[in-house]
Design a protein around this ligand. Structure first.
Ligand SMILES: C[S@@+](CC[C@H](N)C(=O)[O-])C[C@H]1O[C@@H](n2cnc3c(N)ncnc32)[C@H](O)[C@@H]1O
Length: 211
């Protein structure tokens, strides 16, 4: 994982990023008003988002929101139906407190591998760095274990389930296509990839559900 935050939150063992305990402890140890955006901010992503989200009332789900300002920045830009989920209770409580009672902005403690939403209920699902946390595992990155493949599959299966036909899954990561495409491919969509940055690349994967 690539974090440009203070060193005391970078674990000695990078597989810690895979655990709920790590995130819970990290957020408990931070000031409740701390914000941190992994990889890219909304300003940097907006041109790409604008190609996919044409309606400010689109129903948007942000997976593993953390204390990123993505949801707030989208709200400030006029989006009015944003659901933010994370499995850390602490970060969800902090973000609720930070954003107050903002109509059209919801914060829920939930695991992205087991979404408590109806089928076909969102227009847009966004993952910025969350699948990457799940993928932080020991072992061969070229040949991930069946267990790891299944864990990511649970996330993507849930995304497919809750997306409306015509809706889009937008995934922002440092993970190169060789390592990510296999997890994203499905019969119901085509995986499109945009590369961002110059020296160090980030990738914007977009998948529009066709059926
Ligand atoms: C790398 S951070 C990314 C945070 C934010 N999306 C951003 O762009 O800055 C990963 C976040 O995903 C959350 N997370 C990891 N696995 C999760 C899971 N299975 N279900 C829900 N949240 C998860 C962590 O608690 C953490 O807040």
């Amino acid at each position: 994982m690539v974090a440009s935050t203070s060193l005391n939150v970078v674990p000695d063992d990078p597989t810690a990023y895979k655990t709920r305990e790590y995130w819970e402890e990290r957020y408990q140890n931070e000031d409740s008003g701390t914000t941190f955006d992994w990889f890219k901010t909304y300003d940097e992503l907006k041109p790409l988002f604008d190609n996919h989200i044409r309606d400010k009332n689109a129903k948007i789900l942000i997976l593993g929101c953390g204390n990123s300002t993505l949801g707030e920045d989208m709200y400030k830009d006029g989006y009015r139906n944003i659901t933010n989920i994370d499995y850390s209770k602490t970060v969800i409580d902090n973000m609720k407190e930070r954003c107050g009672d903002t109509p059209g902005m919801t914060w829920l403690e939930m695991d992205i591998r087991d979404l408590k939403f109806e089928d076909r209920s969102f227009d847009i699902v966004i993952d910025k760095g969350t699948m990457d946390a799940i993928l932080c595992n020991r072992g061969d990155v070229w040949e991930p274990s069946e267990e790891l493949i299944n864990e990511v599959k649970q996330e993507v299966d849930e995304v497919v389930r809750v997306l409306k036909v015509g809706g889009a899954f937008l995934y922002i990561t440092f993970g190169q296509p060789h390592f990510r495409r296999r997890h994203l491919e499905r019969d119901c969509w085509e995986v499109k990839i945009t590369t961002m940055g110059e020296a160090f690349h980030y990738f914007f994967y977009s998948m529009v559900k066709q059926q």
